[in-house]
Design a protein around this ligand. Structure first.
Ligand code: ACO
Length: 334
């Protein structure tokens, strides 16, 4: 079975509830209908009920009737969520008046539902920019214990079995943290190991990427990756992690053997950690567009509950896949 089919099948066994703050966005609504029809998740849609019903009718979406619809302007828990928001943000000066306004913002409302235990995860971003989806998530749901950074991984599904894990490569950070420190880069590596296990179902072999392999170049950017590699190994002694190394040394056995002989990762890496967001974001988009590789994500990792951000160019099937991934993340939460 292909990975995405496996992810959808596994989601069906979990009975998780996913909130979709962009309930009046047409692709999101179509995806919600399919998710409910296939039993991938229970769905909460945020949006004006009359607008959602009109769109459902326009597209012939029969299963939307089974979703819970929450009107952001007028819902039973408005007061309770506002109190929770004040409690969570009082050291940032949040007043009740500000909180009552923010709980009508679907992106804040969605994260407050998760924080209150009313939903297991969230998917948004078909209509909103990444920063607008992430900000409330980072402020309200925050990070997992022991993790201070959220990052975004992609699953690259190549048709070249000689690379990664039978053609599958997990890579990060491609979505969130513009310029990570060595400590943050180490955390990104450890979080990506978790995503590789929980979502890609592979045992990670992590390459910490650079333009240098094992000291071939001297530069402070290389030093950062060397330090991050050491820290990541200390944080996750049970995971195979090596670096610094170039992308060809990470992926091609003959290059790995010659540039990093004896490395447990070189030539067979299935997880690639980029030194910065610029490199990660540009790299995944280049391989996606030029090489035609399917790139699934970003899968946000390190968050205390799963919240995932869609690209605004997403298709209905991208949304269904990301909802299924979010369910899998929720199920993998300890
Ligand atoms: N991990 C954990 N917490 C974070 C992170 C992070 N990576 N970044 C910010 N935070 C926290 C802050 O500590 C702060 O918490 P506090 O308010 O409780 O003190 C809160 O989040 C808000 O942080 P700010 O820095 O004030 O918010 P800002 O709006 O500047 O930035 C954001 C956060 C949205 C993640 C920003 O770094 C960003 O825009 N990153 C790039 C996203 C992007 O555009 N990616 C490319 C597109 S995605 C794609 O192509 C797949």
């Amino acid at each position: 079975m292909k990975l995405l089919e496996q992810i959808r099948e596994n989601a069906k066994k979990q009975q998780k509830t996913i909130v979709l703050p962009e309930g009046t966005e047409e692709r999101t609504l179509q995806a919600a209908d399919q998710v409910i029809a296939e039993g991938i998740a229970r769905i909460i849609l945020i949006g004006k009920p009359e607008e959602i019903h009109a769109l459902a009718e326009k597209h012939g979406l029969k299963h939307i009737a089974q979703a819970t619809i929450i009107d952001p302007e007028n819902h039973a828990k408005k007061e309770a969520y506002a109190d929770l928001l004040v409690e969570l943000r009082k050291n940032k000066g949040m007043t009740k008046e500000q909180a009552l306004k923010l709980v009508t913002d679907p992106l804040y409302l969605g994260t407050l539902m998760i924080k209150s235990g009313d939903a297991d995860g969230e998917v948004a971003g078909a209509r909103s920019a990444t920063g607008d989806v992430l900000r409330p998530a980072l402020q309200i749901v925050k990070t997992l214990p022991g993790i201070s950074v959220v990052s975004g991984a992609f699953l690259l599904l190549t048709n070249k079995p000689e690379y990664g894990e039978n053609g599958l490569i997990v890579c990060a950070d491609c979505a969130v943290l513009p310029n990570p420190t060595a400590e943050e880069l180490a955390q990104i590596a450890v979080a990506t190991a978790g995503t590789a296990r929980a979502i890609a179902k592979i045992e990670p072999r992590i390459a910490m990427l650079s333009f240098s392999t094992k000291g071939s170049a001297k530069n402070e950017l290389v030093d950062k990756v060397v330090k991050a590699t050491e820290l990541a190994k200390q944080m996750a002694p049970d995971v195979l992690i090596d670096g610094e190394m170039q992308a060809d040394a990470a992926l091609v056995p003959s290059v790995g053997n010659s540039k990093a002989p004896g490395s447990p990762v070189a030539g067979k890496a299935n997880v690639l950690i980029f030194p910065s967001l610029e490199v990660g974001n540009i790299s995944y988009k280049l391989v996606q567009r030029i090489a035609g590789i399917e790139a699934v994500g970003p899968v946000l990792q390190g968050m205390a509950a799963p919240i995932n951000d869609l690209s605004r160019g997403c298709s209905v099937s991208d949304i269904v896949n990301l909802i299924a991934i979010t369910v899998n993340q929720a199920a993998a939460k300890k």
